[in-house]
Design a protein around this ligand. Structure first.
Ligand code: SF4
Length: 346
């Protein structure tokens, strides 16, 4: 019998497993505490399980599906980048961010949800890898386990903004988010877990309708549909105007908080863009997060610092709640897909 990844179990699947193998159901909770709260990397340490049970679990399951291949630490801001290899020889990356530069403030892990990505965004290195496969739940969760073990720090924030479009791997991502959230899992508040999407409207609707308690981040990047199509092909199938309408209809009855992500290029930060942004949303639980394009890659032009300042002032003058995301880890292949891209000869 080939071994399975034990972190693929949802809590209910773990309960079923123990019941079906003649064990007490409470073993599931004990197992989760060992795997996530205690971050155990071996069944041998699970001393409240009988030796017989430990041996059986050892035979049937693998705890850690990822091997750490590279760890880069930014000298500028302490951001850390991790390259992991999966059991089938693929590469994914995750980022550990000290948001205020210290070990005691907000600590964020940015996780990957797929190997490569099929969405084809023009500004993205991961898009160049192409789509290889979805990550299993265990491979998503193990990114946190490994990073916690290596850094010795417990992150209190998670963003699904690494490689992949999380909504293309909906089931596994939601299962992983739930386990991150459980008090006997990683115990991270639902308000500190953010799922990011390029704008898959059907899935956004499903996410809201299912009352998933997590934050949602939607990448907009352009207010003109024809231009957005050039940078984000998803616009062809799901025009952002429709997503905006959906949010207007659905959000009032939901508890989700939504952030609109907007990478600032030289050609999308004019006063007209700010005016269109103002019109697009009923701000309230929707916030705008602007991110300066860090390099003039992919024939995109980086705006000057004063152009960025003017745009932000314009947004603020319109009472749009706006936050500016700092570019972190620029000395360690900061952008998603750059480190693994090296493994794929990009
Ligand atoms: S930006 Fe995100 S959705 Fe777009 S290609 Fe890159 S990984 Fe995929």
């Amino acid at each position: 019998m080939s071994q399975r990844f034990i972190k693929n179990f949802s809590f209910h699947e773990a309960v079923d497993y123990f019941r079906e193998t003649g064990e007490k159901e409470y073993r599931a909770k004990q197992l989760f505490i060992w795997l996530y709260e205690m971050n155990a990397d071996s069944f041998d340490v699970m001393t409240n399980f009988s030796k017989e049970l430990r041996n059986r679990l050892k035979k049937e399951f693998i705890i850690s599906p990822l091997t750490l291949r590279e760890r880069l630490v930014s000298k500028k801001d302490g951001t850390e980048k991790f390259l992991f290899e999966t059991r089938d020889g693929q590469f994914i990356e995750s980022v550990f961010i000290r948001n205020d530069g210290s070990d005691t403030g907000r600590l964020t892990v940015c996780v990957s949800s797929q190997i490569g990505c099929q969405m084809g965004c023009r500004f993205c290195q991961t898009a160049k890898v192409g789509f290889r496969r979805d990550l299993q739940t265990a491979e998503i969760l193990d990114q946190l386990s490994r990073i916690r073990r290596v850094t010795g720090l417990k992150n209190n924030n998670v963003v699904f903004m690494g490689m992949g479009e999380p909504f293309m791997n909906y089931e596994n991502v939601m299962k992983a988010a739930d386990i991150m959230n459980y008090s006997f899992g990683f115990h991270i508040s639902a308000r500190k877990i953010t799922i990011s999407t390029s704008g898959l409207m059907d899935h956004i609707e499903r996410f809201i309708d299912e009352k998933r308690p997590y934050n949602l981040a939607i990448s907009l990047n352009d207010t003109v549909s024809e231009k957005r199509k050039l940078y984000m092909p998803v616009e062809k199938k799901y025009p952002f105007a429709k997503i905006s309408k959906l949010l207007r209809e659905k959000l009032p009855a939901s508890k989700n908080r939504v952030t609109i992500e907007y990478v600032m290029r030289k050609d999308n930060i004019k006063p007209e863009d700010a005016a269109r942004l103002k019109k697009m949303f009923k701000y309230g639980r929707i916030k705008l997060n602007v991110i300066p394009l860090s390099r003039g890659e992919y024939d995109l032009e980086v705006p000057a610092a004063d152009e960025i300042d003017d745009f932000i002032k314009e947004l603020e003058s319109m009472n749009i709640p706006v936050s500016v995301r700092k570019s972190l880890g620029s000395d360690i292949c900061g952008a998603c897909g750059q480190l693994s891209g090296k493994k794929y000869d990009l």
